[in-house]
Design a protein around this ligand. Sequence first.
Ligand code: UDP
Length: 444
Amino acid sequence: MTSPPVPRRVALISVHTSPLAQPGTGDAGGMNVYVWQTATRLAQRGIEVEIFTRATSSSDAPIVSAAPGVTVRNVVAGPFEGLDKRDLPAQLCAFTAGVLRAEAMHKPGYYDLIHSHYWLSGQVGWLARDRWGVPLVHTAHTLAAVKNASLAKGDTAEPMLRVIGEQQVVDEADRMVVNTDTEATELVSMYNADRARIDVVNPGADLDTYAPGSRSAARAELGLDPDETVLTFVGRIQPLKAPDVLLAAAAPIIRRARMTGRRVRVLVVGGPSGTGLDQPTALIDLADELGIGDAVSFLPPQPAGRLAQVYRASDLVTVPSYSESFGLVAIEAQACGTPVVAADVGGLSVAVADGKSGLLVDGHDVEDWTAAIDGLLATPDRLVDMRRHARPHAEQFSWEHTSTELLASYSAAMQSFAARNPGSIGAASARRSARRWRRVRSKM
Ligand code: UDP
């Protein structure tokens, strides 16, 4: 039996957001976490990972050794600060030039494979793939056509420029990695993708950081009242994520609790995204308009350790998004033993075990959301049961598993690329890597 080819070094492209940025505000979210978690785990398996991202500060060093086996290359492309994500397509040429120059410093075949994240990176990876003669694996993370089909109220549709750009990447990539079967189906039906070239790989959670712990200790650390009921939203504050739905749904629950001397608090963790503002002013105003301003707390984006305390401190975590290709927050909360009430969209229907580790709500009707949250709070036994099921459900999703599946996708991409391009650098590196694999095996 021939051994599967394994890349020795991967060029991972993440144009619009750096894995070193704090997630939970601006353009930094689940993709940053995904890139960082999979890069470090691939590196632990002996695969060198070089991440190309756009420099967003004059103080960014061009090359950063971020972790053993993981290098971040900050490519200068356009102004460091203040460049809106919508203006990034105009910087792709400069960015690609930076990527090609970095590779040109080495002998041909320096990278065995390219993995691009989000369509902007896919455009860069497409050109690099053709120049370097190695396979391109692409992960879209979100798809414009899917987002446009379920827009939040007041949200603007993704432009045709992105839809066309995504289509080109889908057509060009050697393999596509998607989060769920639903996303695979969407890629086939909306982008006419070849199902045989799609690998479904669930993202994960860092199950060591996100683990159950003392709720009272978490509340004490966060300065939360030990006796309040806490309903939490975590993520980038933008219409697509619908934190306003949580506020509106919680308002009658908070008002009713007040009448009986109980207290319910909404905790919103994260920063604005897409507004350029420092504060989520519209959401703060909405809380006041609903008469619950004093029962809503806002926390700026939190690092993972503190975020785990947020999940532990919460009675329920809600994810009311209009679309979500997976929803890492839902898995992280359950990994901490906290049930999740989520919209029944995209990957959330995989991330939450409906009726077991949480609830899935159809649509965004505020009354339905109030009923779902209220119904759970009114049945403590059910909540206890869900807390029990939350962690085991989350344990199915680990970054180790994600990385194993990614490696399988890389092998398949290298194999099919070598078969289609027998004289290419990629074919030579697939042959070399199979020999390396055999050597590694013989030492085991
Ligand atoms: N996050 C964080 N700190 C915060 C808020 C969010 O580290 O204050 C992280 C969170 O842990 C999760 C990611 O941001 O891993 C958000 O991912 P998700 O898939 O839920 O949403 P996305 O940002 O991809 O739309």
